[in-house]
Design a protein around this ligand. Sequence first.
Ligand code: HEC
Ligand code: HEC
Ligand code: HEC
Ligand code: HEC
Ligand code: HEC
Length: 378
Amino acid sequence: MTKFLTLLLFLVTTSQTQAALENTTCKKCHPTIFAEYQNSIHSKASIFKDAVHKAVWDKHPAKAKNNYKCAKCHTPSDHDLIAGKSKLTENEIQKTEPISCQACHTIESVEKHTKANKNKFTKKKKYFYSADQVKKGTKVVFKEESHFFGMFKNKVGSPYHDIDYTNENYYNGEMCMGCHSHKQNGKGFVICDLEVKQGDSKETCISCHMPKVQGTMANQVHTATHAFHGASIHNATPKELSKYIKLSLEQKANGFEVAIKNETTHTLFPQPLRLNQLKVSIEREGKIIPLKTESFIKIIGTKGKPAMPWLADTVLSNTLIKAHETRKISYDTNLQKGDAVIIEFGYYMVNPKAAKKLEITDKSVTEFIVLTKKRINI
Ligand code: HEC
Ligand code: HEC
Ligand code: HEC
Ligand code: HEC
Ligand code: HEC
């Protein structure tokens, strides 16, 4: 009897967690995209999977009241938490799909606000937005068309859901901006702003961060490529992205100049914990001569001193590289024939100074990550 009850309990609890997980159904027909998503930061945006987010939350004043205000961007798929029906707990949604497939594919529009933008989701069931240049403007409702008295069946669309290809936000990247645009703290001070400027770039958030990679997008159709769903700067910096940062060197009368050209449509590394740096050294007669390291950083604080994001009310300094900007850094060392100049442009996930305050020691977070590197022979 107890065995039976245990089994029953097991079945009830497992079926409940299964039912609550939205991505499980998508996995059956979109296995490649589902697998990529497992490595993406969007599948790990909760405190239970992102040690950095947790470290900051642990120090945040709202934690004492367990008032997890971060949910609307970090864990929008924990619907009970969003609706105020439950508090933040370590459940399967938090651990595996805090920003689920549906959280992104049901964003109908993005409302603009000064504090932070807001996602407006469609209320229609099994109704997903997507982008396809050929199908643009159409809405595909799943139906099975019968011909010749049902002898041949022609399947149109997905056998599970409708697809709406009319939403412009999925073509221009606006659908990312409900979460990614900017954020103010309780004092109305902007702590993070991507400062997007499209300029005349043909690239969007989606074309750069979700580039087309090999493999079919669904089991039932055979497409050569699909949009990459593994976006993360945690695992490793995606190689395809480094091509948008161009490094060059020019010799001057006194020394030389290194130029960094930002071809992205946003400020580089605006997240307040990041530290973006340029490291330059000269290889001369078998020896390495390190030159000054240049930091690109926005320091926020209060009363003239750096402070945690929720306390900050002023910008103490800002040397971040803006969209489409070319930043030039001068070095007063004269180069000699036979020298090789090694230029490294990269970042720390967490500024070592902040890491100390937050008691973060994880190597993957505290080590310098090279985004792009160049060796120039003189
Ligand atoms: C529902 C909110 C939400 C939407 C919509 C969203 N993101 Fe994110 N994204 C986040 C959050 C939150 C993080 C940070 C998670 C973390 O580090 O814990 C993130 C992280 C990222 C990162 C990695 C940066 C980093 O610091 O690790 C990239 C790149 C990214 N998103 C790109 C996109 C793109 C491109 C889109 C649109 C196609 C998009 N995101 C849509 C919430 C969202
Ligand atoms: C308006 C949406 C939004 C809200 C609300 C929000 N975040 Fe974020 N958060 C993001 C996005 C988007 C990113 C990724 C940004 C990037 O990397 O540039 C991010 C990244 C972070 C990171 C860096 C994570 C990493 O792994 O490096 C931390 C830490 C963080 N958020 C903490 C918080 C905390 C704590 C709260 C709640 C008090 C919160 N955020 C609320 C959107 C939001
Ligand atoms: C029973 C199989 C099946 C399931 C389950 C399923 N899909 Fe699909 N989906 C498809 C097929 C097939 C297509 C391709 C339709 C076409 O090309 O006409 C598709 C297309 C899509 C597209 C649009 C692709 C495009 O052309 O841009 C999106 C977005 C999508 N699915 C998301 C999801 C999400 C999110 C889930 C889980 C909630 C899901 N699907 C579950 C079969 C499925
Ligand atoms: C961060 C937001 C985000 C998340 C999370 C997300 N998607 Fe997407 N997805 C997009 C966007 C934007 C596109 C349109 C890309 C394009 O231009 O083709 C897309 C495209 C697709 C496509 C069509 C691919 C193609 O090449 O046309 C399918 C299928 C799909 N998603 C399924 C899923 C499934 C399944 C999941 C969960 C495992 C998921 N998506 C999670 C934003 C997201
Ligand atoms: C031309 C290509 C390009 C476009 C367009 C682009 N990005 Fe980026 N993005 C990059 C590169 C390169 C980096 C730096 C490398 C990295 O962090 O992986 C980056 C970094 C990021 C980061 C990490 C920032 C941090 O502080 O950690 C986020 C988040 C992000 N992009 C989101 C977006 C969003 C949202 C859009 C659309 C408004 C967008 N990107 C448009 C190329 C692009």
